[in-house]
Every structure is written in C-alpha cells, then in structure tokens.
Design a protein around this ligand. Structure first.
Ligand code: NCD
Ligand code: ZN
Length: 349
C-alpha cells in the first residue's frame, strides 16, 4: 500500500483571494501548499486595468507571511471597454498572466462583465496575437435557461463560435462541471484547456439539496448530477494533459452564505491536497495526481513546473483541519468533503 508520495509543488490555476482582512486571513492557507495561483479579479470594483492589476498584486504580496513563498499570477477582468493596448503593455511588463471573461451577471461580482461578446472581439484578437490566455466562466446568464443547462448552452452558443472565429486564442474553460464540457475539452485543439475544482470531484447536486439545503456546498457553476461528477473524475484522474487543478477556493463570510439569498463559493484552500490525494487514490490514479496539480497547468501556460516538491503522507488517523477559519470579525467555513481524509501534506521542500 502506498502511504507516501512526493510530487512537484502544486499550483492553483483558479483562486479567489479577495482583499483586506479576508485576503490576510486566507492567503496563508494557499501559500502553505501552492507555489503559484491564478488570482481571480472579481473584486468590487473589479480589477480591470494593468495599473489596477499591479496594485492588487502588491496588496497580495504585502500580506504574504515572511516565511512563505508564493507567486500570484495576475488576471485582468475583461469589460466591454477594456483597452487592448493596456493589456498588451501589462502582458509585456509581466504583470498580467491572463484575462478573465465573466458573462455579465453569471456569478459573484460579475456585473461589470461582458454582455455582448462581439464588443470584445478586437481585444480577443489582440490577445490571440500576443498569446495571452482567455479564462472563461462558461455559463450563459439568460433567465430562461435552466441553471443546470447553462454550461452546455454556453459551449454551443458562445464558446464554440468564438473558437471558430479565433482558433489561435488560448482558452481555459474554468471550473467545468459537466460531461459535456469534459468531452468538449478532450476533442479540442492544443489551445484549449480546462480547470476542475476539488469540490466538483467530490459532490453532486444531491449533496446540496437532498435531506436539507446546504449553503456551504453552493457554488457556481452549481454541482450537477452524479454522471457529470464521474465524468470530471475520469478526466482529472486520467492524466490528460490539457486539464489541471483550479480549486476555485472562494471564501465568503458565513454571515453572507447563511442567508435567504446566500452567495456562491466554497472555501477549499486548507484541505484541497488531502481531498485530491483521497480522490486519486480511490480511483487508483495516485500516479496521475502530480500531472493534475503540478505539471499540466504550467505546461499550458508556458511556464516551468515548480522546482520545489511536496511530500504527502497517509496516516491511519483522519487528518485534522479546522471547520472554519477567522477572517476579521467573521468566520469562513472550510469545505467538508463528507468523508474522513487520511492523506496530509507533510512538507514542502
Ligand atoms: C466565485 C466567487 O465567490 O467569487 N464563486 C463561486 O461560486 N465559484 C465566483 C466564481 O468563480 O464563479
Ligand atoms: Zn472562481
């Protein structure tokens, strides 16, 4: 039985760090394990220009504990008035690593997102020339489309036409949740990749809704049927090169989640590596964990894999991690995978 594993240090290719007291509270949970993170720009107001991106990066680095090393890879929030020249300069200055497309209204803090994708066509053309990746929140927002169908409809109506107009554009389908998306990325070109979250490998929609409503399992895109979870697991654990970890760790204060209209987001940073080792072992795929967490992402982004390593150890007692962390005057509930976890991060070397 395998009870020890050494992998290259993981990176998180989709992460929400927020700002202020929340940033200070959650950053160590990520930086303890992950070498780099693709930092989502959906603050209020959103992080749009290269100057705003640089200022946000500086605020993150200012909160990083002295004894930790972590590189935030910054993302600009795409709006219908984004200036192509500003992105090009931010990319040349190595401030901007990617650009995020939020369909307006799709998720938390996405009101400034894109309503009409044709309005950003000139920006996307410039990005394709530069090799600057577009990260997409792949859900349509039309009120008449059922929330469980929004990802599949987005692929048909928005993503596929976009890829035909601009095959040279590098695109990451963020936090995919359906078999439809898993199949779509598999047959895609070298310019297409996808991230998968920790929680979408472990929960389906029953976890949210059966036997009582569980706000801490509510995120966007919402978890789907079991057949979709199984398709995501199959893809993640297969070692397939164009899919990699994006935890979408998205902290919200409990006071904002536990409401008649609670917000979307699951906080998975503290126990993600324990969860993933559990999932990959269950599927007989521990040999592919490193590809998913540490190799495939850097390859797609054209970056070297980490020169550090992480040791994971499997014990015979369940791993202890907090139910919640403090953030200023608030608490943030940590993802409960619903099973005991036995793998823990021993150290990062
Ligand atoms: C994210 C957040 O809270 O910022 N929420 C979520 O449910 N994933 C936004 C997002 O990534 O969609
Ligand atoms: Zn997210």
């Amino acid at each position: 039985m395998t009870d020890r594993l050494t992998i290259k240090r993981p990176d998180d290719w989709h992460l929400h760090l927020r700002d202020g007291a929340m940033l200070a509270a959650v950053l160590p949970d990520t930086a303890r394990h992950f070498g780099r993170g693709i930092i989502m720009p959906n603050l209020v107001p959103p992080v749009v220009t290269s100057a705003e991106v640089a200022a946000y990066r500086d605020r993150i680095l200012a909160q990083l504990p002295q004894d930790m090393n972590f590189t935030p890879l910054m993302v600009a929030y795409l709006t219908e008035t984004t200036e192509p020249d500003d992105l090009a300069k931010g990319f040349a200055d190595r401030i901007i690593t990617a650009v995020k497309l939020y369909p307006a209204g799709a998720t938390t803090n996405s009101a400034s997102g894109v309503r009409d994708i044709m309005k950003v066509q000139p920006v996307l053309e410039r990005m394709a020339e530069l090799g600057l990746p577009l990260l997409v929140h792949g859900e349509v927002t039309d009120a008449e489309i059922d929330i469980f169908d929004r990802e599949a409809v987005f692929i048909d109506r928005v993503l596929d036409p976009l890829r035909q107009r601009l095959p040279e554009l590098k695109i990451v389908m963020e936090h995919i949740t359906t078999k439809t998306a898993a199949d779509y990325v598999k047959v895609g070109s070298e310019n297409l990749a996808a991230t998968i979250t920790t929680h979408h490998l472990m929960i389906n929609r029953n976890h949210i809704l059966a036997g009582g409503i569980r706000p801490h399992y509510y995120c966007l895109p919402v978890a789907k049927r079991e057949e979709h979870r199984l398709a995501l697991r199959q893809l993640a654990t297969s070692g397939f090169e164009r899919v990699f970890l994006g935890t979408d760790s998205a902290p919200h204060p409990d006071s904002a989640k536990l409401q008649p209209c609670g917000c979307a987001g699951i906080y998975t940073a503290p126990n993600t590596m324990s969860c993933l080792a559990h999932v990959f072992e269950e599927d007989g795929a521990l040999a592919h964990l490193e590809a998913f967490t540490s190799l495939n992402g850097p390859r797609f982004y054209g970056l070297p894999a980490s020169d550090q390593t992480m040791d994971l150890v499997k014990g015979d007692q369940p791993v202890a991690y907090p139910d919640a962390i403090a953030a200023g005057d608030e608490t943030v509930t940590v993802f409960d995978p619903g099973v005991d976890l036995f793998w823990r991060v021993d150290k990062v070397n």
